[in-house]
Design a binder for this molecule. Structure first.
Ligand code: MCA
Ligand code: AMP
Length: 468
């Protein structure tokens, strides 16, 4: 059984060891490596090589825009960039030393000697994640966070080497890369990546022996929409051992539609870039729509009120705080943000608001910050989009909000005061501008033009009154 399969190309464990081992030897002296994280076999090999070498790796969205890439490269200062042979890299990356990820697919290459296993506290990955304002912050994830989260999921999901995972998630975030690639590898199992998510791909792989599916709610929503006219899809899903959703809340309606058509219940797990996985519905537990299950092994979870005191009544909404070996160490170069994220006694403030069922199942009911938007499972900060929009010559003032969207969960909405009311910049120009500066998934999907933004006496934009 191959360890990794991307379309027609695959690697056995022996081939992966040889090819990632020799790549590891060639990057061993790098301080940090950037990885051009296309949805390909090369990306999987690149991250395994960096882990073998003990060199922290920064996965990059290959659709990343200019401003965001500039920020990440300046902030993380990698000395090397890993990319597949033919990949064309943007300017800031061309200035770095480049190492091509060349695959040895024969299995005959002699295994190279690997460096000793690094300290569990040493950084494995730096993953950039959006905040409410300013550019994304690099969450430094130590090796023990990866191993502890994946081993807690082994227990919760009864995940074994017999499991064959299918997914089409991007490989520059925790979900697709750590859970979706490193997860199966840590179990000695197998993963088939679809290159990009498609209903056909899911149907085909689950019908052909895959046992698990990982996806964001948008993917399950598209599956729920397709089920009534796709009996093959329903049959394929019925045969899966585990359907797992995460990165945002799975609407109960989609959950129920999938259950009705397939007899299978999607289970939800709750995590965050900074914390990896915190809770999950267990494979041997009761799947309950609208909940993210119970804390994983080793994870402490509490709900606190505004004053930071633990809530005594389960039905009282509180902010989720977590503590455990699954947590990141710091935001790179941001001691201020790191300090603000933790309580004095080491609990991480997630910003997610929740209640608990009688038996401890966690129900997420919202988010503390209205300036964080979850669209298609991507976390997006309103502030970073506003800053990008304000750089557009046609924009005088800008505010960004999220509004409900059946497919994406939330959709990005921009509220613009044009520089010249007679010639407002077209919506497509603004979307292209944000896509080119930040990333395409951060582009506004709706633009409203106003003559002024509603502000309070302090001059602060009153976002809540925008939608009204
Ligand atoms: C569109 N595109 C553009 C523009 N508009 N490119 C340049 N300029 C533009 N103006 C491109 C896009 O890049 C994309 O290319 C294609 O057009 C379609 O884009 P879009 O409409 O945005 O795609 P979509 O259909 O809306 O995507 C839905 C999706 C996606 C597939 C569900 O949102 C997705 O993959 N989400 C996963 C997010 C995720 O993994 N989150 C994990 C982080 P192309 O088609 O070539 O791509 S959360 C996490 O890790 C924590 C720990 C957790 O709990 O999991
Ligand atoms: P990110 O920072 O991109 O890693 O996203 C983390 C955030 O995604 C969390 O703080 C939650 O708000 C949200 N999230 C992840 N999984 C779930 C889930 N199963 N249900 C609801 N929200 C989730």
């Amino acid at each position: 059984m191959p360890a990794l399969r991307f379309g027609e190309r695959s690697l056995t464990y022996a081939e992966l060891a040889a090819t990632a081992g020799s790549l590891a030897a060639s990057i061993g002296s790098a301080r940090r490596v950037a990885l051009w994280a296309t949805p390909t076999l090369e990306t999987a090999v690149g991250v395994v090589a960096a882990l073998l070498a003990g060199v922290p790796v920064i996965p990059l969205n290959p659709k990343i825009g200019e401003r965001e890439l500039g920020h990440i490269i300046t902030d993380s200062a990698p000395s090397v960039v890993l990319a597949a042979p033919g990949d064309e890299l943007p300017a800031p990356l061309r200035a770095l030393e480049r190492t091509d990820i060349t695959l040895t697919l024969t299995g005959t290459a002699a295994p190279v000697e690997l460096p000793a296993e690094p300290d569990p506290e040493s950084p494995a990955l730096v993953v950039y994640t959006s905040g409410t304002t300013g550019p994304p912050k690099g969450a430094v994830l130590p090796r023990r966070a990866l191993s502890s989260t994946l081993d807690a999921l082994e227990d919760a999901w009864q995940w074994t080497s017999d499991d064959v995972l299918v997914h089409g998630l991007p490989l520059f975030h925790v979900h697709g890369l750590i859970l979706g690639i490193l997860g199966p590898l840590r179990r000695g199992g197998s993963v088939r990546h679809l290159g990009r998510f498609s209903i056909e791909g899911v149907r085909q792989e689950l019908a052909d022996g895959a046992t698990m599916l990982f996806g964001v709610p948008t993917m399950y929503h598209r599956i729920a929409e397709a089920l009534p006219t796709d009996p093959g899809l329903a049959k394929a899903l019925s045969g899966a051992r585990l359907l797992v959703s995460g990165s945002a809340a799975l609407p109960v309606h989609d959950h129920e539609r999938i259950a009705a058509a397939t007899g299978r219940r999607v289970i939800e797990r709750y995590g965050m870039t900074e914390t990896l996985m915190n809770t999950s519905v267990r494979a041997d537990g009761e799947p309950r729509a609208g909940t993210v299950g119970v804390p994983l092994g080793g994870v402490e979870l509490r709900l606190v009120d505004e004053a930071g005191a633990e809530t005594s009544d389960r039905q009282e909404v509180g902010e989720i705080e977590v503590r455990g070996p699954n947590l990141f160490t710091e935001y790179l170069n941001r001691p201020d943000a790191t300090a603000a994220a933790f309580t004095a006694d080491g609990w991480f403030r997630t910003g997610d608001m929740a209640v608990r069922d009688e038996d401890g199942y966690v129900r997420i009911v919202g988010r503390k910050a209205t300036d964080l938007i979850k669209s298609g499972g991507y976390k997006i900060g309103a502030g970073e989009i506003e800053n990008a929009l304000l750089e557009h010559p046609g924009v005088r003032e800008a505010a960004v909000t999220g509004e409900p969207d059946d497919d994406l969960g939330e959709r990005i909405v921009a509220w613009i005061v044009p520089s010249d009311p007679a010639q407002p910049p077209p919506q497509a120009d603004l979307a292209d501008h944000v896509a080119a500066q930040l990333a395409p998934h951060k582009r506004p999907r709706t633009v409203h033009y106003l003559s002024e933004l509603p502000r309070n006496d302090m001059g602060k934009i009153m976002k809540r009154s925008l939608h009204a």
